[in-house]
Design a protein around this ligand. Structure first.
Ligand code: P6P
Length: 337
């Protein structure tokens, strides 16, 4: 039986066939994938590995830091610092960007990541993930130190995006701009083996994901969108819907990539600029993956990948998945004529 291709073989063939994959970018993806294996191993130990629980301190987001948030962040920094493929890194867990130490060569890529997304689920044994986004350092950065402004590029400029999901299987889902591919960690040999792809997310699945406890934050339009779906076949849509909410965007997005549906985390309508999810290392990479798989991603009205970032940790509303459902949200957001 022919072996499923490994991540390394896939990347080498992408480099050869698509000529889209410079050696440095291939090295970057393989380095991140290797770090995710180590993160997944730490998570799988759970209480046995003394890695659960909180550190009794908050991160730059004002969220309580879990031990694994810091462990995963350090693993990604240590794995990527010395390879010579990066100009700098940025993380949900670090207030400022992380420059490559002068003792190491520098490359042309910028790596952004949320080391553990959904970390509130870690201590209760639910799926969590690592989300990453790759940009190129802008030409004007040549010969000078990278600044935060160099990271503030619209999501459409990403050269790669992906996530690892630490759940029943350890998965890596990746796009280089030529389709979405899923790899499953073969623990017997420690290799990432391709298990799906190029992925096209099913359209028309009537399943929505939203945190209903945030009802007070919704615009009347969003409230109507959700209520029409809860009304089901007796309501104006005449169709029954299902609902899922995992509290871990990686798990929700993976379900949507595999079986369709829509995910909503709208901005808080009560206060301009107040939202839950981060643009640079959550919404942008997930939007690239979803669009590459045939879906859509907006802030409820505007395409996520077209948004011009204004700060590294800025937050944004997010609606992604089924094209018709994302369009329906944009319609209810239209100001009343
Ligand atoms: P809530 C996890 O903290 C996260 O950033 C996403 O992974 C997830 O979709 C969302 O927040 C959950 O937010 O308000 O439901 O806890």
């Amino acid at each position: 039986m022919t072996q499923r291709p490994t991540l390394t073989r896939f990347l080498i063939e992408q480099q050869r066939q698509e000529n889209i994959l410079p050696a440095e970018l291939r090295l970057l993806i393989e380095t991140v994938a290797r770090a995710c294996k180590t993160i997944g191993h730490a998570i799988s130990k759970g209480a046995l590995g003394e890695v659960l629980g909180s550190l009794g301190q908050e991160n730059v987001q004002g969220e309580v830091q879990k031990k694994l948030d810091v462990i995963a962040n350090e693993l990604l920094l240590d794995a990527n610092e010395w390879g010579g493929h990066l100009a700098a890194m940025a993380s949900e867990e670090m207030e400022t960007i992380h420059l490559i130490p002068n003792r190491y060569p520098k490359g042309e890529y910028l790596l952004l990541f949320d080391p553990i997304d959904g970390s509130s689920n870690i201590d209760v044994g639910l799926s969590v993930g690592t989300i990453f986004s790759v940009l190129k350092a802008p030409p004007q950065a040549e010969g000078r130190e990278i600044t935060e402004e160099d990271f503030l590029q619209p999501g459409v400029t990403q050269v790669a995006a992906g996530y690892a999901m630490y759940g029943p299987q350890t998965l890596l889902v990746l796009t280089l701009g030529t389709g979405v591919y899923e790899f499953t960690l073969d623990r017997e040999v420690g290799a990432w083996r391709m298990t799906d792809g190029p992925l096209q997310m099913p359209q028309g699945n009537r399943e929505f994901a939203i945190n209903m406890a945030r009802r007070c934050q919704w615009t009347p339009g969003i409230a109507r969108y959700v209520e029409e779906r809860i009304a089901g076949s007796d309501g104006p849509l005449g169709e029954d819907y299902n609902m899922r909410w995992t509290g871990s965007m990686v798990a929700d997005v993976h379900r949507i990539l595999k079986r369709g549906g829509v995910f909503l985390y709208p901005a808080d309508a009560r206060k301009a600029g107040k939202a839950r999810l981060r643009l640079m290392y959550e919404a942008n990479p997930m939007a690239m993956l979803i669009e590459q798989a045939g879906g859509a991603a907006t802030d409820a009205q505007t395409r996520i990948l077209d948004l011009q970032p204004t700060s590294l940790h800025q937050r944004v509303g997010l609606v992604l998945g089924d094209r018709a459902e994302v369009a329906a949200v944009a319609e209810v957001m239209e100001p009343c004529a």
